[in-house]
Design a protein around this ligand. Structure first.
Ligand code: NAD
Length: 501
């Protein structure tokens, strides 16, 4: 694996290509005067060439069969400790996410690809039924070319959970990373693609126009998009022309509901804090609304501040002591600051959280924003209603469980939610009333993830599922070959005639 991130080429049809559009340069958000590296960017005709290469490779890849594909992928998707460390370092430098988290997202992504491979035969196997009703063959067949559009906030993980199962299911793939974090993911995918037949996995970099050209290509059989709800709507418009099926993993505004019987240990409060502040809050499934029972509200605020002071260590994301790095861009800092300022202007009080790791590191040289807890915001204020996607969280009281459920469900989004209580039965019961694709109990965010648990949104958080066997079936369509017994009541020719009149 080459770790030269100085002008990484496109990877199309089994070879490197120089981009014909203006290259993308990536600065280090922790030290904006430093350039980390660059990638070549594609023009629309290079996007077309990538789709063509993927289409040309499609039949042979599918014909390899499940075992053949899993064998090839197991060999290609092998990363030693040094390579993993190098990839996570690149991602930390281009994104500002702390080292332990970039390593964690990579390891978890690879673990899911292993899960998809291990379960491939059972998940995708043909079913033959030969009984009194007739003879049937139920098959799982690939879509052909999958277009994968990746966001910046967890590119090593998300590319794994999309590309891995798509390839396992017999599709070929063209990936477009985000221009805000293209270096590590392109390096990662090129290292895998090099061990696969030409055209099976292709990577084209670029901005929205490149993504648009990719998803509107009529040869694309399925779109897998992860990103904002606004762009998700544009993707659907592009998909409409070809009625192209789409997996949409979109934004979220997750609620955490802390019940009056919760046991407030330091460990539990730290989980609550990281539920919001992992990756400086730039996680789709971060706690973005924190609802706490009124009887324990003051106590929770106090404990939260105290624990956050110790566990939210702000500084250089390459420093292993640091848990909060910078945001990805100036635009992101401005956007999140506006949410906080507007809440303050409406009368909310903003409590700063965390501690700067005292090592002379200059936070002013990067895109840092002090983590904060916002008190006394109203339930209809912008910071409660919209996805803030940064290191801040409003904390609001509720009176009883019905009130909490109503407040949590009062959102256009439905990605994840969580219930915090000493009573697990109560948590599962309340969880079933929450409108979210996943409800965690006494945790939230990545620490609540399980490889076998399907993950995806309800409402404006999208549809389709990643993870679990559902995440593999997402990339396979079912086909039926059937011969129905003529003698079966209701299914014979006469019955057909009866239905026709
Ligand atoms: P974004 O929607 O701005 O961009 C995502 C990707 O789409 C990028 O690669 C971008 O270049 C591309 N793109 C932009 N316009 C396009 C178009 N018209 N056609 C095709 N591609 C286009 O999102 P972002 O800022 O990169 O990521 C943050 C958002 O992603 C947040 O809303 C977050 O909640 C969401 N997200 C969701 C999940 C999930 O699993 N539900 C996971 C991670 C991030």
């Amino acid at each position: 694996m080459t770790l030269n991130v100085d002008m990484i080429p496109l990877y199309v049809g089994g070879s490197d290509h120089v981009g014909e559009a203006t290259p993308i340069h990536r600065e280090n958000p922790a030290r904006t005067s430093d350039r980390v590296g660059s990638v070549c960017a594609a023009n629309p005709s290079q996007v077309g060439a990538a789709v063509e290469a993927a289409q040309a490779a499609s039949r042979a890849w599918s014909d390899l069969g499940i075992d053949g594909r899993v064998r090839a992928l197991a060999e290609a998707w092998t990363f030693g400790d040094d390579e993993r460390a190098a990839l996570s370092t690149i991602l930390t430098m281009e994104l500002g996410k702390v080292l332990a988290d970039t390593r964690g997202e990579l390891d978890y992504g690879i673990a899911y690809v292993d899960f998809a491979m291990t379960n491939a035969a059972a998940t995708l196997a043909n079913q033959v039924v030969n009984d009194a009703a007739g003879r049937f063959l139920f098959r799982s067949v690939p879509y052909g070319v999958v277009a994968a559009i990746i966001p910046w906030n967890a590119p090593l993980n998300i590319s794994s959970t999309v590309v891995g199962p798509a390839l396992v299911a017999g599709n070929t793939v063209v990936v477009k990373p985000s221009p805000l974090a293209p270096l590590a993911v392109t390096t990662y995918l090129r290292a895998i693609a090099r061990h696969l037949p030409a055209g099976v996995l292709n990577v084209v970099n670029g901005d929205a126009d490149v993504g648009e050209a990719l998803v509107s290509d009529p040869r694309v059989g399925k779109i897998a998009f992860t990103g904002s709800t606004g762009v998700g709507r544009q993707i659907l418009r592009s998909a409409a022309a070809g009625v192209t099926p789409s997996l949409l993993e979109l934004g979220g505004n997750d609620a955490a509901v802390v019940l009056d019987d919760v046991e407030l240990s330091d460990e539990l409060v730290a989980r609550l804090v990281f539920g919001s502040f992992l990756t400086a809050g730039q996680v789709c499934m971060a706690i973005k609304r924190l609802f706490v029972h009124e009887s324990i509200f003051t106590d929770v605020v106090e404990r939260y501040r105290e624990v956050a002071r110790r566990v939210l260590q702000i500084g250089d994301p390459m420093d292993p002591r640091v848990t909060i790095g910078p945001l990805v861009s100036k635009r992101q800092v401005e956007m999140v600051s506006k949410f906080v300022e507007s809440a303050a202007a409406e009368g909310a009080s903003v409590i700063e959280l965390g501690t700067k790791v005292d090592d002379g590191f200059d936070l002013a040289g990067g895109y840092y924003l002090r983590p904060s807890l916002v008190l006394n915001a109203t339930r209809d204020s912008q910071i409660v209603v919209e996805e803030q996607f940064g290191p801040t969280v409003p904390i609001l009281p509720f009176s009883d469980v019905d009130d909490a459920v109503e407040a949590a469900n009062n959102s256009d989004y439905g990605l994840c939610a969580s219930v915090w209580t000493a009573d697990e039965e109560r948590a599962f019961e309340i969880g079933c009333r929450l409108e979210a694709g996943t409800v965690f109990v006494n945790t939230h965010n990545r620490s609540g993830m399980a490889l076998q648990a399907p993950f995806g949104g309800m409402k404006l958080s999208g549809y389709g599922r990643e993870y679990g066997t559902a995440g593999v079936l997402e990339f396979a369509q079912s086909q039926t070959i059937s011969r129905v017994e003529r003698s079966r009541a209701g299914a014979d020719i006469e019955a057909g005639r009866r239905y026709a009149v």
